[in-house]
Structure formats: structure tokens, C-alpha cells
Write a protein that binds this ligand. Structure first.
Ligand code: ADP
Length: 344
């Protein structure tokens, strides 16, 4: 709808009022008075007086509208979102409308964001308590059995303590992963960027994981005769990424399979590929694979000591290095994870 400027509106209202007065004068003019003069005088006086009155009333309202405009603008600028400067191109009411619409849009987005955050918070709490419940109940079960006489039974006492310790280890892993996720998500974690030899780091991780892999008959291989390969990044965090990916390739690898680590020169960056010939991942799971607590097969993951946080941590670390992590997988054939790092 077209909105008139307050000045035009004032003129129109004053004009209508003056015309009404003139019509009344026209109807009720006594016969001894010149009708035309009476109408002109009546019109001018009523037009000028009503215009003046309306003008002062208008000043009062315009002031109030401007105050309101300043308040809304201040609220809008106080929001977390960087505020855009609006282009005022109409009268005060149009400008106020513009500010209110922009403010309402900001609020809408903010409410949507808070709603999502609330859903995430609830989900996260639910997942955390669910993950911690299993090892806690296990420990409780072992301790109660030991207290109920098991402590004196040499056939179970040591065994139950070892099992309880395993559950404690599991809780520590979950808590360490949660801590890492929370630091990465709140931006608390500062990367310590340095130049380091990626090939040496990879060799180091392979050596550390070799025993676990051989238990399953899996071979961890990387190119022989590899020269030092210098990259820049946070060495400790990149180690965490490689460990998570190699551990997964073993956890979800087939017996007597192979995990191949390959490096590709990509100009200013190095592409790192960790490929297994394990169980693979169905296509429908791939888009959600890097979400916290997302697992393809919950039972299998827990059985393997997984927390469901490993890939979420990997993604955060790689993104903190301004790179992306990619996954390609075929169910029953194998999985390839790849990411790039800047050469050093
Ligand atoms: P988890 O602790 O369960 O291993 P991750 O975040 O590391 O959690 O991985 C999420 C899920 O992705 C796993 O539960 C598993 O289903 C799937 N996954 C990860 N790596 C592989 C892989 N190399 N092969 C097959 N599935 C994998």
C-alpha cells in the first residue's frame, strides 16, 4: 500500500476540514452576509488553523517515531549478527517499518539458531549419558559381585577387577574425546602450527598401531623408500587425525586385509589417502558420517571400543587447518579417507 509522507497527509486532512467548513458556511450563511466572502474567509481560516494544529501534533509524533527508530536500530545493532546498514529511502514511518522488518528477520534467524542449538544440546546430553551409562553399570556390577563375596573367590576376583578396569578405560576414552570435541567446537583450542615431516609421523603412527593390526592379520603399508615430506600444521592434532583414521581402518577392516597409506603431490599441498579393503559404508550413511555420535552399526562400534566421536574430531581438526576431509566408500569393498595439508 502506498504510504503518503506526513506533510502531504497533513495538507490533505487540513484541506478536507476546510472544505467541510466551507460547505457548512455555504449551507448556513445568513442572507445579510456575502456568501462568497464568508466561504473564502472560512476556508482560509479553517485551513490555516487546522494545518498549524496538525503540524504541531505531527512534530510530536515524528519525534516519538524517531525515538522508536533509534531504539529499534540500537537493539538490531546489539545482536550477535553483524548488522547491515539499511538504506532509508522514505519518510519516518517507512524507515521505522524498514528497521522493524530487519529486526524481526534477525530475531527470527536468532530464534531458529537457538532452537537448533537446544535440539543439539538435548541430543548431545542424551548421547553422552547413554555412552557413559554402559561402562558405569558394568563397573557397578563387577564391584557389587566382588563385595558380595566374589573378592574371596580366586576364580573371579582378578578377572572382574580387570574387566572393571577396562570399563574405566572406556570411560576415560569417552571423556577425552568429549573434551577434544568441546575444545574444538568452542574454538578454545589453539593450533600450534609448525613445519614437520609427515612421512616420519605416519611411520611413527603405523609402528604404534601395528600390533593391533596384526592381531587381525591386517597389514598397514605406506610407500617404501619415502623421502621426508614436509608439511605445515599442528603436528599433535594431525597425529590424532591419522591415528583415528588408521584405528578405524583396522576396527572396520576385514581379517587379513590391508590399509594402504598413500601420498600425492598436489602442487602447494600434499594429498593424504588412507584406504582399507574392509566392510565399507553404504552410500546413505556417508552424508552423516562426520556427525558426533553417528555410527553405521552401533553394536559393532561399541564392541570395538568406539565412541562415535572419532570422525567428528577428525573433521574439526582438518577444518581448523582450512582443509576438508573426504570419504569414498563401497559396502563390502572398502573405504578411502583423504585430506590435504599445505607443504612446508
Ligand atoms: P567410532 O568410534 O564408532 O568408530 P567414528 O566417528 O570414528 O566412531 O566413526 C563413525 C562411524 O563411521 C563408525 O561407527 C563406523 O560405522 C563408520 N566408519 C568409520 N571408519 C570406517 C571405515 N574405515 N570403514 C567402515 N566404516 C567406518
Amino acid at each position: 500500500m502506498k504510504t503518503y509522507s506526513p506533510r502531504i497527509l497533513l495538507m490533505m486532512v487540513a484541506l478536507i476540514f476546510a472544505i467541510l467548513v466551507s460547505v457548512l458556511i455555504f449551507i448556513y450563511t445568513p442572507s445579510d452576509i456575502n456568501q462568497l466572502t464568508a466561504i473564502i474567509v472560512g476556508f482560509v481560516i479553517s485551513f490555516v488553523t487546522s494545518l498549524l494544529m496538525l503540524f504541531f501534533v505531527n512534530i510530536f509524533f515524528i519525534r516519538k517515531i524517531n525515538d522508536l527508530l533509534v531504539t529499534v536500530k540500537q537493539y538490531r545493532e546489539q545482536s550477535d549478527k553483524p548488522s547491515t546498514t539499511l538504506l532509508y529511502n522514505g519518510n519516518e514511518i517507512d524507515n521505522l517499518n524498514l528497521e522493524i522488518v530487519a529486526w524481526a528477520e534477525d530475531r527470527k534467524e536468532e530464534i531458529e539458531r537457538l532452537k537448533k542449538l537446544e535440539v543439539y544440546r538435548k541430543e548431545f546430553l542424551g548421547n553422552v549419558s547413554h555412552e557413559l551409562k554402559t561402562p558405569i553399570f558394568n563397573i557397578q556390577g563387577y564391584v557389587l559381585t566382588l563385595l558380595d563375596g566374589g573378592l574371596e573367590d580366586p576364580s573371579i576376583n582378578r578377572n572382574y577387577l580387570i574387566r572393571a578396569e577396562k570399563s574405566v578405560d572406556r570411560m576415560i576414552t569417552i571423556i577425552e574425546d568429549l573434551e577434544a570435541i568441546s575444545q574444538l567446537e568452542t574454538g578454545e583450542l589453539q593450533l600450534e602450527i609448525e613445519r614437520f615431516d609427515l612421512a616420519a609421523l605416519m611411520k611413527d603412527v603405523i609402528d604404534a598401531q601395528e600390533m593391533k593390526a596384526t592381531e587381525k592379520g591386517i597389514m598397514l603399508t605406506m610407500p617404501e623408500e619415502i623421502k621426508p615430506l614436509y608439511v605445515v600444521g599442528d603436528r599433535f592434532r594431525i597425529r590424532q587425525v591419522i591415528v583415528n583414521l588408521i584405528v578405524n581402518s583396522v576396527k572396520y577392516g576385514k581379517e587379513y586385509g590391508e590399509t594402504k597409506i598413500r601420498f600425492y603431490d598436489a602442487g602447494e599441498t600434499v594429498l593424504i589417502e588412507i584406504a582399507d579393503n574392509g566392510i565399507g559404508i553404504a552410500k546413505k550413511h556417508l552424508p552423516r558420517l562426520f556427525e558426533r555420535f553417528y555410527r553405521v552399526d552401533k553394536g559393532r562400534s561399541r564392541e570395538q571400543g568406539g565412541t562415535g566421536l572419532g570422525l567428528a574430531i577428525v573433521k574439526h581438526i582438518i577444518e581448523a587447518h582450512n582443509q576438508t576431509i573426504e570419504v569414498m566408500s563401497t559396502e563390502g569393498v572398502g573405504t578411502v579417507f583423504s585430506f590435504m595439508l599445505k607443504k612446508g
